[in-house]
Design a protein around this ligand. Structure first.
Ligand code: PEP
Ligand code: MN
Length: 344
């Protein structure tokens, strides 16, 4: 249920509604809006009686939310969610570019990458310190040592860090090292991990599971939000189909329904979506035209030596072309250019 307060409701009236919700053993989620506050209610297994709330002072209405992904739904939150990070906002009217190697491979390459991206106006570096690999014999990431390198890159350049959390035991360390915590495809339904990042104070980039429906994905986002972390970014990275011409099938057709069903920002990862460098630029542009709020792109200084995912990583020249497109195209879609002109 969603309790909608009147625009002139006082903080004391809002507090009284929160208390009334807690009194029923339920969880209130205050959702401040541009003109009024709404309060989402979760924790109920059956219908909540709206009569209990509409009689309280300052309450305008109480509306039943029909979707099972309540906090993630547009019904609960009409306006697009805006995510705030030290490097800038993510969400409507913007386009955010996150770029970097698949994994942290060493200090030199990460520091070089961070400085290079910042010089191009890219404010977020992606790189995994913990890597989920299909083979147990493949490079598993540098672990805590990798996080220390990422922290150094942020200290030296101010770049925002996006890195994956794979296990609950590393939650604190990853939260400290990152500006956005990535939850990978293979963990989209790792419910203990989702609950744990629900306690974190950093935004969560939630990749879509390889065979997850949109509803599965929004329910995964709901796990994070139900824990009190409302800063969730969805990230489409391709699903498994019968097609074998690319690594995955990048499902850009999920963006319009995701936007209509949810208020959460949605990013696209064309690198894991296609698996091939040559296809990344076209799919990046298509993602932008489809309504994506951001791109997560693999970039590597020397892809031929990459320890992970080299064939899909862009090199500097490709990044320059992409930078040009993300400067010129977003205004056509009512978004600010992703990168400043002087740096392209
Ligand atoms: C990645 O971003 O490097 C990654 C492992 O992605 P995914 O979880 O989408 O496979
Ligand atoms: Mn990868």
């Amino acid at each position: 249920m969603l309790v909608v307060m009147r625009p002139e409701a006082t903080p004391a009236e809002i507090a009284r509604v929160l208390e009334a919700i807690r009194h029923l053993g339920l969880t209130p989620h205050p959702l401040p809006g541009a003109t009024r506050t709404a309060i989402g209610i979760t924790g109920n297994t059956g219908a909540v009686d709206k009569a209990r709330f509409v009689v309280l002072p300052g309450v305008e209405d109480a509306i039943r939310v029909t979707k099972p992904y309540k906090l993630a739904s547009r019904e609960m939150h009409r306006d697009d969610t805006v995510i705030t990070t030290p490097q800038g906002t993510v969400g409507p009217k913007t386009l955010t570019v996150i770029a970097g190697p698949c994994s942290v491979e060493g200090e030199g390459m990460i520091l070089e990458c961070a400085a290079h991206l910042m010089s191009r106006g890219v404010k977020f570096l992606r790189a995994g310190a913990f890597k989920p690999r299909t083979s147990p014999y493949a490079f598993q990431g540098m672990g805590l040592g990798g996080l220390a390198i990422l922290k150094k890159a942020r200290e030296q350049t101010g770049i925002g860090i996006v890195t994956e959390l794979m296990d609950v035991e590393h939650a604190e360390a990853v939260e400290e090292a990152s500006d956005i915590i990535q939850i990978g495809t293979r963990n989209m339904q790792n419910f203990s991990l989702l609950k744990r990042v629900g306690q974190c104070r950093k935004p969560v980039l939630l990749k879509r599971g390889m065979s997850a429906t949109l509803e599965d994905w929004l329910m995964a986002a709901e796990y994070v939000m139900a824990g009190g972390n409302y800063q969730v970014i969805l990230c489409e990275r391709g699903v498994r189909t019968f097609s074998d011409h690319s690594r995955n099938t990048l499902d850009l057709s999920v963006i319009p329904p995701a936007k209509s069903m949810s208020h959460l920002p949605i990013f696209v990862d064309p690198s894991h979506g296609t698996g091939k460098r040559a296809y990344v630029p076209a799919m990046s542009l298509a993602a932008l035209a489809s309504g994506a709020d951001g791109l997560l792109v693999d970039v590597h200084p020397h892809p031929e030596t990459a320890l992970c995912d080299g064939p899909q990583a862009l090199v500097d020249g490709d990044l320059r072309d992409l930078a040009h497109a993300v400067r010129v195209l977003p205004p056509l879609f009512d978004r600010a250019p992703a990168l400043p002109e002087s740096q392209v």
